[in-house]
Design a protein around this ligand. Structure first.
Ligand SMILES: [Zn+2]
Ligand SMILES: [Zn+2]
Length: 245
């Protein structure tokens, strides 16, 4: 009797351990490893064009560069961001504006469900790009391509890379490099059984306030990256290209 009892306790414990191995708890929310869910590569990410004429060429150029990747395609389409640069499911909205003294040149927000990106928005701050020091084709090229890289889920990288966010890299590395394409291939090495690169996927929606929130300043962000847990597996990640301090 006692022996049978012990055996069933061991069995229950074993089942619990196996179940945990098969269904691990979701990884801690964060930007690392975040990616769009898709069933195959290459997949196309739509970039909504909400930018004015001064940025159109930079957006197209950015799309051309990311298009050279073996795993992703970039397609510039009509913008649906509107006045607030609303983030829309299944795509990235790209906007520019005079956002004021935010202390950032570019800002990207990615909306995550688990570690899958479901929406993104990219903002360029004309308050800096329209004047003096940053009114520079390299700085504009770098920042646009860099923020588009974040929209795919790419984190920062040191050295010769468009994902390098140092003050000198902004003027120096305005093209996607081999290392950047490799990082993208690593990120999209696996495939998923579903897709988030489609507006048809409507699970666990973010609120209108979350999708249209005014962009925070660098001071409000308290750093160059902020991860906010919005509950129910939803996470908002904000990354900025800071002003040269
Ligand atoms: Zn995945
Ligand atoms: Zn960055």
């Amino acid at each position: 009797m006692l022996r049978r009892f012990t055996r069933s306790v061991v069995l229950v414990a074993l089942v619990a351990i196996l179940a945990q191995a098969a269904f691990p708890a979701p990884a801690a929310a964060g930007f690392a490893g975040s990616h769009w869910a898709r069933e195959r590569n290459p997949f196309t990410l739509k970039f909504g064009d909400n930018v004015d004429g001064t940025w159109d060429g930079y957006l197209r150029r950015g799309a051309d560069e990311w298009n050279r990747s073996r795993v992703v395609n970039a397609n510039v389409v009509g913008g649906q961001g509107g006045r607030n640069c609303r983030a829309n499911r299944g795509r990235a909205e790209v906007c520019d504006g005079r956002y004021g003294s935010t202390r950032w040149l570019g800002l990207t927000q990615v909306y995550l469900e688990g570690n899958h990106i479901v929406a993104a928005r990219v903002l360029m701050n004309d308050s800096y790009f329209d004047t003096g020091y940053y009114d520079d084709p390299s700085a504009k090229r770098h920042t646009m391509i860099h923020e588009m890289g974040h929209a795919y889920g790419l984190p920062h990288r040191g050295g010769r890379s468009v994902m390098n966010d140092s003050a000198t890299a902004i003027f120096k590395y305005d093209q996607v490099t081999g290392g950047d394409y490799n990082d993208l291939e690593q990120l999209y090495r696996h495939t998923d059984g579903r897709t988030t690169v489609s507006s048809a996927d409507a699970s666990a929606p973010f609120t209108e306030a979350e999708l249209t929130a005014p962009p925070p300043t660098a001071g409000e962000l308290g750093g160059t990256e902020k991860v906010e847990d919005l509950g129910n597996g939803k996470t908002l990640v904000t990354i900025i290209t800071p002003l040269d301090a």
